[in-house]
Write a protein of this length. Structure first.
Length: 252
């Protein structure tokens, strides 16, 4: 992926949105992948130049925060610059609808068909990012949206007393992604007292230096987390996208 492909796809998405919505707006998020921030801002510049109001996160965020922002800010669409669980050399561009879910196949096909008629060097409308900010057509998503997301997550707890039990123990690995700060803040809010973070995979790293593919469904990606499970004997090991496994007696 490069800025020209991002611009072309975004221009096609703009034409789809302006055809289907009146005064459309969009939310943009990005993760720790290499150049994710650059690609997100390039997309914002195309949206803004096409008259689409842009809400963009000011730092890396996990995918659920983007999905929530689309709905919370009443946007007509969203994009997340992420390659999910693919190898480090890849990046990706995920498109979301007004419901905060990834677009249905029919809608995605319409955008693809529009893109076939766009010349990535001649047909792209583009605005400078700083100009967009100063003119108010690009806006950073406020911290209040993140707080609202966490409030929403916390409201879904079924047995909060179980999480606050002093004996409850978690091993958590962000797998070099965007979830570290948000997830650990949620642990604190929920009263989880014993959280052990896999330190080698704690910080964002677009090169995904500790595993070939940051997919929590693979043993390689979890090897360091499983190592820490043998040390701390947690109730659960958590990695991006899913609660992985209940460990209880596995490492006794």
């Amino acid at each position: 992926m490069n800025i020209y492909v991002v611009r072309k796809v975004t221009q096609a998405f703009c034409e789809y949105l302006t055809k289907n919505f009146e005064n459309p707006s969009i939310a943009i998020g990005y993760d720790s992948r290499i150049k994710s921030d650059l690609f997100a801002k390039e997309a914002a510049c195309v949206f803004a130049a096409n008259g689409i109001f842009v809400n963009i996160y000011k730092e890396i965020m996990p995918v659920p925060c983007l999905s929530y922002a689309v709905r919370n800010l009443r946007c007509d669409a969203g994009i997340m610059v992420t390659a999910s669980h693919n190898p480090a050399q890849y990046n990706g561009y995920k498109v979301y609808g007004e419901d905060g879910c990834q677009l249905r196949e029919n809608d995605a096909s319409q955008i693809y068909e529009i893109s076939l008629n766009i010349d990535m060097f001649k047909d792209i409308k583009l605005m400078d990012f700083e100009q967009g900010l100063s003119e108010g057509v690009i806006k950073y998503i406020s911290d209040d949206v993140e707080k609202s997301y966490m409030d929403c997550v916390e409201s879904c707890l079924i047995h909060p007393e179980a999480l606050a039990d002093p004996g409850f123990c978690v091993v958590y690995t962000p797998l070099h992604g965007a979830g570290n700060r948000v997830v650990r803040t949620m642990f604190s809010r929920m009263g989880v007292k014993s959280v052990h973070v896999v330190w080698e995979q704690e910080n964002p790293d677009g090169n995904v230096s500790t595993c070939e593919v940051p997919n929590p469904e693979t043993k390689e990606a979890l090897s360091l987390g499983l190592r820490d499970c043998k040390i701390y004997k947690p109730d659960i090991l958590i990695a991006p996208d899913r609660f992985l496994m209940k460990l209880e007696n596995m490492f006794c």
